[in-house]
Design a protein around this ligand. Structure first.
Ligand code: SF4
Length: 207
């Protein structure tokens, strides 16, 4: 990989993904954080269906911190892992309320002190919510990095470093969405849409 090739890939991706943006619905950074925590191992569409109900019932950080785990678990059950997700989001609401004066923290170090918040979730909150450069890496981003030649590694930290090396900081946010959505809808883990793929010439995947 080099910067020139990376720019070509991004240019092509921009012609494939017309509207590269976050597919989770949220009204503020706290709701974004909660939605990202809930999105583990499920789809953004399901999360949006559930958060419509959840955020209507618990409108503020204070409301959610005072919620009963069982009530929240019942609402978020369609997402799977509902017991741990319920515990985590109530714990996050408590931490933000008491430790951060009801303000979602804006550093990766602080965000990752919250229960259920790892580097990827923290990075999404930074780049999407605060517009602070960050490069969230999930399973789609790892697969894209491997197939398009950014990195051979499956370690998210190394993959993040590789993307950051070849992509300008100002492009991290949009690039993350481009790779994510291309991986989600075209270059899927199983049965990628390789016929007529505009990135075929850059692809390392042996078919
Ligand atoms: S050719 Fe197939 S595997 Fe390679 S980037 Fe395109 S869709 Fe993905």
């Amino acid at each position: 990989m080099n910067k020139e090739k990376s720019n070509e890939i991004l240019g092509i991706l921009k012609t494939i993904i017309e509207n590269p943006k976050c597919e989770l619905n949220y009204n503020n950074i706290f709701e974004l954080l909660i939605a990202v925590i809930l999105s583990a191992q499920t789809t953004d569409k399901r999360v949006n269906e559930v958060t419509t109900i959840l955020f209507d019932r618990y409108k503020t950080i204070k409301d959610l911190k005072e919620a009963s785990e069982i009530d929240v678990e019942e609402i978020i059950r369609p997402l799977g892992l509902s017991r741990s997700k319920s515990k985590n989001i109530i714990s996050v609401a408590n931490s933000i309320y008491y430790d951060f004066n009801s303000n979602v923290p804006s550093t990766i170090e602080e965000l990752t002190t919250l229960k259920g918040v790892g580097r990827k979730t923290a990075s999404v909150v930074l780049v999407e919510g605060f517009k602070i450069p960050a490069f969230p890496v999930d399973t789609h981003l790892i697969r894209m990095a491997n197939r398009l030649g950014y990195s051979k590694s499956s370690d998210p930290i190394l993959v993040e470093k590789a993307y950051k090396k070849y992509i300008d900081k100002s492009e991290w946010g949009i690039s993350h969405h481009l790779f994510l959505l291309f991986g989600r809808y075209y270059c899927k883990a199983i049965a990628p849409k390789c016929d007529n793929c505009k990135l075929k010439n850059y692809c390392k995947k042996k078919s």
